[in-house]
Design a protein around this ligand. Structure first.
Ligand SMILES: Cc1cc2nc3c(=O)[nH]c(=O)nc-3n(C[C@H](O)[C@H](O)[C@H](O)COP(=O)(O)OP(=O)(O)OC[C@H]3O[C@@H](n4cnc5c(N)ncnc54)[C@H](O)[C@@H]3O)c2cc1C
Length: 273
């Protein structure tokens, strides 16, 4: 599907950028089209602008946001796409990455409760509404107890692993007192980026951000605050800040703006000692 030295145009974001990153050097040109104004919408516009600037400068990949695809056109094979503003985007290969949905239709009629999108509804022990039936991973909607109990779906490896552990403890009648802290990692264009905290229950339009360092230098750290309290971290540095915040959030330690400003090295181990 991926032909070297061909022009690739694709839609969407998280996975699209991962695929673009993986094939980047082998394609003559790649354009990533996205619907939102900035890439990685869920992580807020500040990070979106910074990662876009990095990708545009550091790679030959073009990112076009706010570019809804209306149709694919061509004879026998795709030749171009028509965008919502009427523009034509030439394309030899198109990879569509416009979201995921759970493959749970086999549960229809089983009595196992799913939400309107088909995600299996579980409690904090990963139990479904049917006794002795558990669900974990991408197909679930679970309560984020540490952040107000809002129910979310989080299709990422760390969540699936954590939920597997919780389910195993629950099945063997052992109490679990550890609450889940969302943690996501990705490798993009020789950058290792980690995300930790609550990106889900607060609209990113209503938060403050404090950015230290920059992505180009591999020293980037973006603190996201609500009511003067850190609720999430985006880390693209070698300091493992997001990893430290897994424990900080779990222990419900409040980190405020003045603490960030008086911590030039972003080393938070002292808080955990
Ligand atoms: C392209 C891509 C890039 C990703 N990058 C990242 C990343 O950078 N970081 C990150 O944290 N996460 C990433 N993820 C997400 C991560 O892979 C998933 O969150 C994780 O694998 C979820 O684990 P899971 O066990 O819920 O599901 P899966 O790993 O998908 O396992 C589900 C298994 O169930 C099997 N199955 C499905 N239906 C049936 C059936 N009816 N009967 C029997 N078996 C069945 C499937 O074959 C599969 O083996 C990425 C995913 C994709 C697709």
């Amino acid at each position: 599907m991926i032909a070297p030295f061909s022009r690739q145009i694709r839609t969407a974001n998280f996975y699209a950028l991962e695929v673009a990153s993986a094939i980047g050097k082998r394609a003559r040109s790649i354009t990533v089209l996205g619907k939102s104004e900035t890439p990685f919408k869920i992580f807020g516009p500040t990070f979106g602008r910074h990662i876009r600037a990095f990708i545009q400068d550091h790679t030959r990949i073009t990112i076009r946001q706010d570019s809804l695809v209306r149709s694919f056109e061509g004879f026998d094979h795709v030749e171009h796409m028509v965008l919502k503003d009427g523009l034509c985007a030439v394309a030899q290969t198109v990879i569509i990455a416009n979201g995921i949905h759970p493959c749970t239709s086999m549960l229809v009629g089983s009595g196992i409760q799913t939400n309107t999108m088909g995600y299996v509804i579980v409690d904090e022990q990963m139990k479904t509404n049917q006794s002795n039936v558990y669900a974990i991973g991408d197909c679930t909607e679970f309560p984020l107890t540490l952040f107000g109990g809002h129910r979310i779906s989080l299709p990422h490896a760390h969540a699936a692993q954590f939920q597997g552990k919780i389910a195993a403890l629950s099945i063997t009648n052992r109490t679990n007192s550890i609450e889940y802290v969302p943690f996501i990692w990705t490798d993009l264009f020789d950058r290792h980026i980690t995300f930790c905290g609550d990106f889900f229950t607060t609209p990113m339009a209503n938060v403050e951000t404090i950015v230290k360092g920059d992505i180009f230098q591999n020293t980037y750290c973006c603190y996201i605050l609500k009511n003067d309290e850190v609720i999430a971290i985006i880390d693209c540095s070698k300091k493992a800040v997001a990893v430290q915040f897994i424990e900080i959030f779990r222990l419900k330690i409040k980190v405020k703006q003045e603490m960030i400003e008086s911590n030039p090295n972003d080393d938070w181990k002292w808080l955990l000692e």
